[in-house]
Ligand binder design. Structure first.
Ligand SMILES: Nc1ncnc2c1ncn2[C@@H]1O[C@H](COP(=O)(O)OP(=O)(O)OP(=O)(O)O)[C@@H](O)[C@H]1O
Length: 237
C-alpha cells in the first residue's frame, strides 16, 4: 500500500489482541496479554512503564521485527500477519522509522550518507536522497556536520543524525525506544524536544518509550503496560 492512497486515513499502527510469550526454562512468560492499541496518523504517544514489563517487546512487534504469539499487527490499515519476510522488510523500510537508545550509525559513512542510505535502499535517486538528507540534518542544526563521520560527532549530534535517518523515508510511523536514554540530562531534554518538533513537522505518528515522565508529558497521550495490557497512564498506575 502506498502512502498516497486511502491508507493515509487509517491508523498508522493498530494492535489487535496481541500477545507475546517467551519460554524461560520450564516457565512460560506471558509478557503481553491481548494488547489492543490504535495510533491514528500524526499522534505522538509516550509509553512509560517499569523495566521488564515489555516495552521493547511491544516496539519489536509494532516494528515487525518479531511476530506476536497471537493477535494481529496492522500498519496503515494493512494486516501484516500473512506477509512473508520480504513483504515485512519492504513495509519496515518504507513505512516505519526506528530510533534506539544507541545511534547505530555506520561509522565509515558520513552523517549525510547515513541519512541517504535508507532512501537509496528504497530506490530514491542519489541526488534526491542527498537533498532530503541535507534538509533534515540542517533542520536539526547539523548543516555544518553533514560531511562528518559519526565518530567525530557529539552524542547529541549522533542521536540527531539517527533521528534524521529514521525520518528519511517519510515513514508513516516512528518507533523509538528510550531515544535519549544514552545522553546527559540537559542534552537529552534538548534532543527530545527537537525530536518532537521534527515528528510534528513531518506529520509522523510516533510511539516513544521513555522512563522520563517529564518528557512524556510533552506528548499527546501516555500509555503504560499493566499485567500485559496497554492502558492509559495516570500517576497512580
Ligand atoms: N527473547 C526472549 N526470551 C526470553 N525472555 C525474553 C525475551 N525477550 C524479552 N524477554 C523477557 O520479557 C520481559 C520484557 O522484556 P522487555 O525488554 O520487553 O522489557 P522492557 O520493559 O523494555 O524493559 P527495560 O525498560 O528494562 O528495557 C523481560 O522479563 C525479559 O527478560
Amino acid at each position: 500500500m502506498s502512502k498516497g492512497d486511502a491508507g493515509t486515513t487509517s491508523n498508522a499502527l493498530e494492535l489487535r489482541k496481541v500477545s507475546r510469550r517467551f519460554r524461560s526454562g520450564d516457565e512460560t512468560l506471558n509478557i503481553l496479554r491481548g494488547v489492543d492499541f490504535q495510533l491514528p496518523p500524526g499522534e505522538i504517544v509516550a509509553l512509560v512503564a517499569p523495566s521488564g514489563t515489555g516495552k521493547s517487546t511491544l516496539l519489536h512487534l509494532a516494528g515487525l521485527l518479531e511476530a506476536p504469539s497471537s493477535g494481529e499487527v496492522l500498519i496503515g490499515g494493512q494486516s501484516t500477519d500473512r506477509l512473508g519476510e520480504k513483504g515485512r522488510t519492504a513495509l519496515r523500510r518504507d513505512e516505519i522509522g526506528f530510533v534506539y537508545q544507541f545511534h547505530h550509525l555506520l561509522g565509515e559513512f558520513t552523517a549525510c550518507e547515513n541519512v541517504m542510505l535508507p532512501q537509496l535502499a528504497a530506490g530514491v535517486a542519489p541526488a534526491q536522497a542527498r537533498e532530503r538528507a541535507v534538509d533534515l540534518l540542517t533542520r536539526f542544526g547539523l548543516g555544518h556536520r553533514i560531511d562528518s563521520l559519526p565518530g567525530r560527532l557529539s552524542g547529541g549530534e549522533q542521536q540527531r543524525t539517527a533521528i534524521a535517518r529514521a525520518l528519511a523515508n517519510r515513514p508513516r510511523l516512528l518507533l523509538a525506544d528510550e531515544p535519549t536514554g544514552n545522553l546527559d540530562e540537559g542534552t537529552a531534554e534538548k534532543v527530545f524536544s527537537e525530536l518532537l518538533q521534527m515528528v510534528r513537522q513531518e506529520d509522523v505518528a510516533a510511539l516513544i518509550a521513555t522512563h522520563n515522565s517529564a518528557l512524556a508529558a510533552a506528548m499527546d497521550r501516555t500509555v503504560t503496560l499493566r499485567d500485559g495490557q496497554l492502558v492509559p497512564f495516570s500517576p497512580e498506575t
